[in-house]
Design a protein around this ligand. Structure first.
Ligand SMILES: NC(=O)c1ccc[n+]([C@@H]2O[C@H](COP(=O)([O-])OP(=O)(O)OC[C@H]3O[C@@H](n4cnc5c(N)ncnc54)[C@H](O)[C@@H]3O)[C@@H](O)[C@H]2O)c1
Ligand SMILES: [Zn+2]
Length: 691
C-alpha cells in the first residue's frame, strides 16, 4: 500500500467512526496520486476512492476502487447529458487501473472531476440540517461566508460531479460545499487539510445550530405523549412488537416463514421527538438524505395515540393505520412511476409495509431483512430526527420533493445492486429461541440455526453461560446474531421475561426449540418425589410454558412458526432406572402431537426429535448420568459413546450435530408440509421405532 492509500484509509476510518460525521455506510472519500505504470514504466495519475457499499469507519484497502485519472477525465467529452448520466457508471469500468479494486460507486465522478488532491463527501446530521433547511442557501452564506458554497439539490451522479467541479473552479477560496437536500463535500491539497476542512464544516454547522436554534424546534410538548417510565415502556414495547412485526412483514413473509427482523430503541432522542407537537407533520415529510429511503422508506408509520393507550387499543389502531399506510405507499408508487412521464420503466413495487414504526411514549421499531439492517434503519431515523431538529431550529425542514425521493428509491442502479445481492440463507429473517442452549445438543442446534441465517436467543439457567455461548457463536457479529437470556423454564414468570427479552431484541419469535433438560437415572424405589418433580418441572411443564408463551407471540405475529421438542428415545423405550425421566419425555412427546393438532390453524408446526446416546458435549452425561449409565451397562465411562454406538443398528455414534441436522430438516425449506412428526436420531434402535 502506498502512503497516499494508507493516509486515505486512516482518514476515512477516523471520519467514519464518529457518528456525528456520517451515517453508517454513508459518504465516501478519495485521494489522487502518481504511480509508475507497470506496463509503460511511465508515471500514471490515479484516483483511489471508496467503492460501492461498505462503511468509512471500517474501510480497508480492499474497499477502494482505483481509477486512471486521464481516462476518468476524458469521460467528460463523451458524457451524453444528464438524462443518460447513469450510463457513466458502466463507463467507470473502462477507467480502472490494474484489477480496479472495489466496484466504483455512483459518487466516483464527484471525486474524480473535482480538481483537488483529496476529497471527502459526508452525511453529517449538522450539515444535512443546513442542506434541508428551506433557507439553506442563505444559511450557508451566513454560517461559512464564501468558504463554503451552496449546490442546489441534484441526484448523485455524473452531473453532480460536474456541478461541484465547476463550483470549485469558480470559487478558489472555498474549502467545500453544502449539497442541497443531501450532505457535504470538502476538499484539500493534503489528506490532513481535507479532513480538517470536513471537520470544520461539520463542527461549525453544529455550533451554529446550538447557538441560534429556537428553544423548542419540535414545538411545545403534547400532553400525554411524554415517555412512559422505563419498565412500563419496555413491557408495552414487548407487547406491541409482534403485531408491529407482522405489519412490517406482510409483503415480505413467504412460505419459508421469512419475515422482517426487528430492532427497538427507546433512546431519549426518539422519545423527545414523539413527545412534541411537530412530530406528526415532520414524520409525514419523511427523511431526506438519499442513503435513507431504501432503508427507512420515505416515511414512518406513526401511532396517533397517547403514551398511556392500552395495548389492545394500540394494536387495533396500528392495524388500521397499516392499511392506510399501504394505500398511501401504493399511490406514492403509482403517482410517481407514472407521472415522471419518461420512457423509464421502473422496478416493481417493493412492498408497501413500513420499515419504521413510531409509538409515542414507547419508542421506535425498525425493520430489515436481518438484525444489522434493522438496527441501521433505526440509526438512520435517529439521524433524520437530528436533521429535522437542526433544520426546524434554524428555519423550516424542507426535504427534497417526493418525485426525487421516488427516483432514488426506485433508481435502476439501486435495483441492480439489490438484484446482485446473494440469495438469503434458508432461515434468514427468522427469530429462534432455544432453551438449554448453553450446552450440548441445545448449543449445537442454536449454532446450526444461526449458521442457516436465523437470529437466536440462547436461553439457559445461568445468564453468564448463556451470554458466553451467544458471544462464542456469533463471533464478531455479536448481538446482531445471538443474545443470551436467563430462564428457568419451569418458572412461568421467568419464561415470560425470556420471551420478552427475545421479542425486544429481534421483534418476535418464529422458531422455538424445547431442549432444556436434565436426567437423574434412578430406580423406582430410589426416585424421590423431588426427583420426579424436578424432571417433570423442567421438561414436561417447562416445554408447556415455553410453547404457551411462544404461541401467543406467534399468533399475534400472523407469521406461522415452528416448535420443536427435543424429546428422547426414552419417550418410547422402556429402559431400566428411568421412570421419572422417561415419563417426562413421553409427556413432551405427546405435547408434540397435541399442539400440532391445536396450533395448525395458525400455521404453527410442532415436531419432535428423539435423540439417543449423545455423550459428547452433553452436560447430562458429564454430570453423573454417564457414570451411572456406564455402571448399569458395565462399561467404562469414557467408552460409553462407543458402547451406545455398538448397540445401534447402524453402529454409529450420535453427536450433537446430528440432532441439530434433524432440527434444521424440520424447520428448513424442505419439510414445510410436515407437522406432528417425531424424528429418531439414534443410529437405529428397533425398540424405539415409531409404530
Ligand atoms: N444426550 C443425550 O443422549 C440425549 C438423549 C435424548 C434426549 N436428550 C435431551 O436433549 C436435551 C439436551 O440434553 P444435553 O444432552 O445436551 O444436556 P446438557 O446438560 O448438555 O444441556 C442441557 C441444558 O439445559 C439447561 N437446563 C437445565 N435445566 C434448565 C431449566 N430449568 N431451565 C433452563 N435451562 C435448563 C442446562 O443448564 C444445560 O445447559 C435434554 O432435553 C435431554 O433430555 C439428550
Ligand atoms: Zn451522499
Amino acid at each position: 500500500m502506498t502512503t497516499t492509500q494508507a493516509q486515505l484509509i486512516e482518514r476515512s476510518n477516523r471520519l467514519g467512526s464518529d457518528p456525528r460525521n456520517t451515517n453508517y455506510a454513508g459518504g465516501n472519500t478519495s485521494a489522487k496520486g502518481t504511480e509508475t505504470d507497470p506496463v509503460t514504466g511511465q508515471d500514471v495519475e490515479l484516483l483511489w476512492v471508496k467503492g460501492s457499499g461498505g462503511d468509512l469507519g471500517t474501510l480497508t484497502e480492499k474497499g477502494l476502487a482505483v481509477l486512471r485519472l486521464d481516462r476518468m477525465r476524458a469521460l467528460v467529452d463523451v458524457y451524453p447529458g444528464v438524462d443518460r448520466e447513469d450510463e457513466m457508471v458502466a463507463a467507470f469500468d473502462y477507467c480502472l487501473h490494474g484489477k480496479g479494486g472495489a466496484a466504483p460507486s455512483i459518487d466516483t465522478a464527484m471525486h474524480g472531476l473535482v480538481d483537488a488532491a483529496h476529497v471527502d463527501h459526508l452525511h453529517p446530521d449538522s450539515g444535512i440540517a443546513i442542506a434541508t433547511s428551506a433557507e439553506g442557501e442563505s444559511l450557508t452564506k451566513e454560517i461559512y461566508g464564501d468558504k463554503v458554497v451552496w449546490v442546489p439539490w441534484r441526484r448523485p451522479g455524473f452531473q453532480l460531479g460536474l456541478d461541484i467541479a465547476a463550483i470549485k473552479d469558480a470559487n478558489p477560496q472555498a474549502v467545500g460545499c453544502i449539497l442541497g437536500g443531501h450532505g457535504i463535500t470538502a476538499w484539500g491539497d493534503t489528506s490532513e487539510e481535507s479532513e480538517a476542512n470536513s471537520l470544520w464544516m461539520i463542527e461549525t454547522a453544529a455550533a451554529y445550530i446550538e447557538e441560534h436554534s429556537v428553544a423548542e424546534p419540535f414545538g411545545p410538548e403534547l400532553p400525554g405523549y411524554g415517555a412512559l417510565p422505563e419498565d412500563e415502556r419496555r413491557s408495552k414495547a414487548a407487547a406491541l412488537f409482534p403485531t408491529i412485526r407482522s405489519i412490517a412483514s406482510q409483503d415480505s413473509y413467504d412460505v419459508n416463514g421469512r419475515a422482517m427482523v426487528g430492532h427497538f430503541t427507546d433512546a431519549d432522542v426518539v422519545l423527545e421527538f414523539l413527545a412534541r407537537e411537530k412530530h406528526v407533520p415532520l414524520a409525514e415529510l419523511g427523511t431526506s438524505c438519499p442513503d435513507h429511503f431504501l432503508r427507512t422508506k420515505v416515511k414512518p408509520l406513526v401511532l396517533d395515540l397517547p403514551a398511556d393507550a392500552d395495548v389492545e387499543a394500540s394494536i387495533a389502531r396500528l392495524r388500521e393505520l397499516h392499511e392506510a399506510y399501504r394505500d398511501d405507499y401504493r399511490s406514492y408508487y403509482e403517482r410517481n412511476a407514472v407521472s415522471t412521464g419518461s420512457t423509464t420503466s421502473w422496478p416493481a413495487i417493493r412492498g408497501a409495509d413500513p420499515l419504521i414504526v413510531l409509538v409515542p411514549g414507547v419508542g421506535m421499531f425498525s425493520f430489515g431483512k436481518d438484525k444489522q439492517t434493522a438496527r441501521v434503519a433505526g440509526e438512520f431515523y435517529v439521524n433524520a430526527i437530528n436533521v429535522m431538529r437542526g433544520a426546524e431550529g434554524l428555519s423550516t425542514y424542507a426535504p427534497i420533493d417526493e418525485s426525487e425521493k421516488f427516483r432514488i428509491e426506485y433508481w435502476a442502479l439501486e435495483e441492480a445492486k439489490l438484484q446482485r445481492m446473494p440469495k438469503p440463507k434458508a432461515l434468514a429473517g427468522r427469530v429462534a429461541l432455544v432453551t438449554g442452549a448453553a450446552s450440548g445438543i441445545g448449543k449445537a442446534v442454536a449454532t446450526r440455526l444461526a449458521a442457516e441465517g436465523a437470529v437466536v436467543a440462547i436461553a439457559d439457567l445461568d445468564l453468564d453461560k448463556a451470554q458466553a455461548t451467544a458471544a462464542e457463536m456469533a463471533g464478531r457479529a455479536g448481538a446482531d446474531v445471538a443474545i443470551g437470556v436467563q430462564a428457568d423454564v419451569s418458572d412461568e414468570a421467568a419464561v415470560q421475561r425470556a420471551m420478552d427479552a427475545t421479542v425486544l431484541a429481534f421483534g418476535g419469535v418464529d422458531l422455538v426449540v424445547n431442549n432444556a433438560g436434565l436426567s437423574l437415572s434412578r430406580s423406582l424405589l430410589e426416585t424421590t418425589e423431588a426427583d420426579w418433580d424436578l424432571q417433570h418441572d423442567v421438561m414436561a411443564k417447562g416445554s408447556f410454558l415455553v410453547a404457551k408463551a411462544a404461541a401467543k407471540v406467534m399468533v399475534e405475529q400472523r407469521l406461522g412458526g415452528d416448535i420443536v421438542y427435543i424429546s428422547s428415545k426414552n419417550s418410547l423405550f422402556a429402559g431400566p432406572n428411568n421412570v421419572a425421566y422417561g415419563a417426562a419425555k413421553a409427556d413432551q412427546a405427546h405435547q408434540v402431537r397435541l399442539l400440532a393438532a391445536e396450533l395448525g390453524e395458525h400455521q404453527i408446526r410442532v415436531n419432535g426429535v428423539n435423540p439417543d446416546g449423545v455423550v459428547q458435549g452433553s452436560g447430562i452425561f458429564a454430570g453423573g448420568w454417564g457414570a451411572n449409565r456406564a455402571a448399569v451397562y458395565g462399561v467404562e465411562e469414557k467408552d460409553l459413546g462407543k458402547f451406545y454406538a455398538q448397540r445401534t443398528i447402524l453402529k454409529r455414534e450420535v453427536l450433537p450435530d446430528h440432532i441439530a441436522n434433524a432440527v434444521f430438516a424440520l424447520v428448513g425449506p424442505d419439510l414445510t408440509h410436515t407437522t406432528g412428526l417425531h424424528v429418531p436420531v439414534d443410529a437405529g434402535v428397533a425398540a424405539a421405532f415409531l409404530r
